[in-house]
Each structure stands twice: as C-alpha cells, then as structure tokens.
Design a protein around this ligand. Structure first.
Ligand SMILES: *Cc1c(COP(=O)(O)O)cnc(C)c1O
Length: 469
C-alpha cells in the first residue's frame, strides 16, 4: 500500500513542467522553485511513511509548493498586518493609529524616490528636515514654530533638556504620572537634567502653591496631561492661562505635555471636553508637546510646537540629532495634518477619527452585515450581534467608552480561547476579545477590508480537511 503511494509521487522534473509552477518563475528563481518542490516532496513522503497519509492530488501538491515559496520569504518577516477586533481604537500594542489611505500615493512618492528632505529648493543648497512640518503646524495650531522628533517621550525630554537642564521644574503632584511602557514623567525630568519640584497635593493644587514654590532655582513651570488616569471628587488644578501668566511674570517658560494631539474639538461627537493644541497655545502656553499617533491619527512622532525662540534653542541642542525622525514620518505626518484643513472630511478620512465618531447605528448595521456574511458560510458556528463598549485607548479619554457592537462567535468544536488562538494564528492574525466565554470582534475597530480577512480565516479554520494544518 505505502509502496504504491510512494510510487505515485511525481518527480521534480515532472512538476517543473506544470504550467502553474512555470508561472512562479516570474517571481522566483528556478533554484528556489526546485528547493521548494524538493521540500514539499520530502514532506509528503514522510507523511505517507510515518502517518500513513494519502498521496495528495497533483493540484494539492502544486498548492503546497506555492505556499512553501510564499512561506520561505515571509518566514523572516515578523512585523505584519493584524485585524483589530478588540474595540480599543488607539491600541498601542497593535500600532496605535492606521494612516489615512488617501495619503498613500503621495506618501509612496517620498518612500520610493529622492526628495527635498534636507534640501532648500529655492536656494539650491542644503536645507533642514525640520522646515517641512512648520507651515502646517502653524496653520492648525497657531504656533510660531514647530519641531518633530521620534515620539512624545522624546519631545518632552528634548524640551526639558533644552529649557530646564540644571534647574527646577515645577509640576503639580497630581500630574507626576506614569503613562505606560514605563514612561514616567518624574524619570524623564530627571534624565533631562532637570529636578522636579512637586507642587500642591495629589488631588488639589492651587495657584498659590506654584507662587510659593518659585525661587531662583526654578527653570520652568510644567503642566502634564494625566492621560490614562483621572482624579475624581474633591479636586482642583490651575487653569492654563493663570499658570502662563505666573510663569511669564517670572520670565519662565510654561510647558505643556498634552499627550494626545487633539487638533479639533470632539465634543460635537459626544466626547467629553479635552483641550485642543490650539487652545492651550492661545491660553499662553509657550511650548506644547503631543504625539503624532494618538488622537491625531498619524505616524509615531512627537510634535513640539510653540514660541520660536524656544524651538530655535531646541534645534541647536545636540540631542535633536539623536531623536530625529526619518522621511517616512515627516511625509506621513505632514500629509495627515494637511487633511485637517478640511475639518469635515478629516473625520471620515483619518481612521482613528472615523472610528471615534462613527455613529452607533452604523456600528450596528455593519455588525449585522458581518454577522450575515459569516452565517452565509454555513460553518458550525453560532453568530450573534451584541451591544458593547469600545475604548479610545492610548491614554486618551480614560474611563470613557463609546457605545459599539460586537459580533460574537461560539463553536461546539472550539472553546472561546481555542477559537481566539486559532484566529490569532492565521496568516493575517485576528485579535479579538473574550468575555463571558464568548469570543467577540468589536466592529468599531474593524476596517471594511478586514471583513474578507475574517471570512477567509473562519473558512480556513472550519474547512472540513484540516489535515494539513
Ligand atoms: C502618551 C503620552 C506620552 C508619551 O507619548 P509617546 O508618543 O508614546 O512617546 C507622554 N505624555 C503624555 C501625557 C502622554 O499621554
């Protein structure tokens, strides 16, 4: 029996003559194809010998060879697309923000061609990479000047290292926070060469606390957005304009770490009040720092905006070179920010904002669509649609949830955690949530293109012949 099966195995040469495989030579060398064929034949032979498997049809063998070739190159590529079904929009572990597809073409132009990254086209000589972003930041925030570095942590560091090295920085005790990934405001201040001078108490800080803390050692007053946590109840903090006034009376810079770079007011979409970058600058902040990939919806970056004289000092700081951004970041950031010039369109164009502002009625409709498409596959699965609560994430709007809808999947064959693992192991991994023994995918963080990925994954998991898995 086994002998017969082995005798039926096609030879490498016979397979090489198949037109389907010949077509692969367009993308792969003959040597690579031959190696893949040999590996697949060894795999089949072992399957027959050790597990008494059947001899696959030629078409199946060809498919295995095609997969092998693909696998070979993807085996060494680790960073890949995933589907975010968690309902957390700015998900730091899943890459935070997805770029707007409308910038893809012009972004590619920079990636695949030379550019004027550090070249002044007017003068025909060396320019600065930091000149690019200035104009759009000025337009959107009213800042005099701007500088972009690797991320907001780097931005905070650079600001303090430039403006407050060897001095004391006044920060409210309630704002000495850890943001996540072990980014602690006190540590950053210390690393930048400044010293913290805590002001007030955890829940209450008054203007007089700052006034009394100022002495000849003071180098700056800093306000930090507490981002991922909130003190509720008996609380008080000092307004931006009051702190700005106090700082300026003493000739000190007033620095603001805003965390998320909110460029438009999201209150009309049902979100609680959050200050925009423009607003805090208008209230007298000298320097504001924020992330490019949180609420702004762009690439990872730290944007420093504010007074020209301070930004100029930062440009001259040697550390700027170590924290500098590459052309991909600049291209994506500039183009993402340009989308904000049309305040209405930006909401649908930037995925992060679209996900935040999508109506709950639309979420329900889309969830029903996805559920129906899954049901049509007629797999052994119970598919339901349920209300849920999505989160903004990235330390923005803590404790705030947005009404959303989940598609839940229940199977006889797999437990919720087995199903989770199966979906997570697909070619395009799908990351969902398990709650109350149900596997669920939150519609708010799914993109339309994710639907087919989910359908293909489920077909793959539940297809009758899972033998080769
Ligand atoms: C998120 C955050 C940071 C860190 O920003 P990254 O861009 O992740 O480096 C710093 N400060 C605040 C207040 C934040 O919310």
């Amino acid at each position: 029996m086994t002998k017969n099966k082995l005798a039926g195995l096609p030879s490498v040469d016979r397979l090489l003559q198949r037109t389907e495989l010949e077509a692969l030579l367009e993308d792969h060398s003959r040597k690579a194809l031959k190696t893949a064929i040999q590996e697949v034949l060894v795999q089949i032979r072992q399957g027959i010998l050790k597990e008494d498997k059947e001899l696959p049809e030629d078409t199946e063998i060809i498919e295995m060879i095609q997969n092998k070739l693909e696998e070979r190159s993807s085996e060494f590529v680790s960073l890949k697309r995933v589907v975010n079904g968690t309902g957390t929009i700015v998900h730091t572990n899943l890459g935070r923000s997805c770029l707007a597809s409308s910038i893809a073409e012009s972004f590619q132009e920079i990636a695949f061609h030379y550019s004027n990254l550090e070249y002044d086209l007017k003068e025909g000589r060396r320019g600065s990479r930091y000149d690019h972003i200035r104009k759009i930041v000025q337009e959107l925030t009213g800042a005099e000047d701007a500088l972009v570095v690797n991320n907001n942590a780097a931005a905070v560091f650079l600001v303090l290292n430039t403006l407050a090295k060897g001095t004391e920085v006044l920060v409210s005790r309630g704002e000495l926070v850890e943001i996540g990934g072990a980014f602690r405001i006190p540590d950053v201040i210390n690393h930048s060469g400044g010293t913290i001078k805590e002001v007030g108490t955890t829940n209450k800080t008054h203007l007089v606390d700052y006034q009394e803390a100022i002495d000849e050692e003071t180098g700056a007053i800093m306000k930090v957005h507490t981002s991922n946590y909130r003190i509720v109840g008996f609380t008080e903090s000092v307004e931006y304009d009051q702190l700005a006034k106090l700082a300026h009376e003493h000739g000190l810079p007033f620095i603001n770490d805003l965390g998320s770079g909110l460029l438009i007011d999201l209150q009309p979409y049902g979100l609680p009040y959050e200050p925009t970058v423009k607003e805090v600058l208008a209230k007298g902040t000298d320097i504001v720092t924020f992330s490019g990939d949180k609420l702004l919806g762009g690439p990872q970056a730290g944007i420093i905006a504010g007074k020209k004289e301070y930004i100029q000092m930062m440009r001259k700081n040697q550390m700027t070179r170590a924290l500098r951004v590459d052309k991909f970041t600049l291209a994506a950031l500039e183009r993402t920010m340009a989308l904000y010039l049309d305040e209405e369109k930006v909401l649908s164009e930037i995925p992060t904002l679209a996900m935040i502002t999508e109506s709950k009625e639309n979420c329900l409709l889309e969830a029903q669509n996805l559920a129906n498409e899954i049901r049509q596959l007629k797999l052994p699965l119970t598919v339901d649609v349920k209300v849920s609560a999505a989160a903004i994430g990235g330390g923005s709007y803590p404790e705030w949830t947005i009404p959303s809808t989940v598609v839940t999947l229940k199977s006889q064959q797999f437990s919720a955690s087995q199903l989770e693992e199966q979906l997570r192991s697909q070619k395009i991994p799908i990351i969902g949530r398990i709650s109350q023994e149900h596997y669920s995918l939150d519609i708010r963080t799914l993109q339309r293109e994710d639907f087919t990925v989910i359908l293909d994954a489920l077909k793959n998991i539940f297809k009758p012949n899972t033998a080769n898995q």
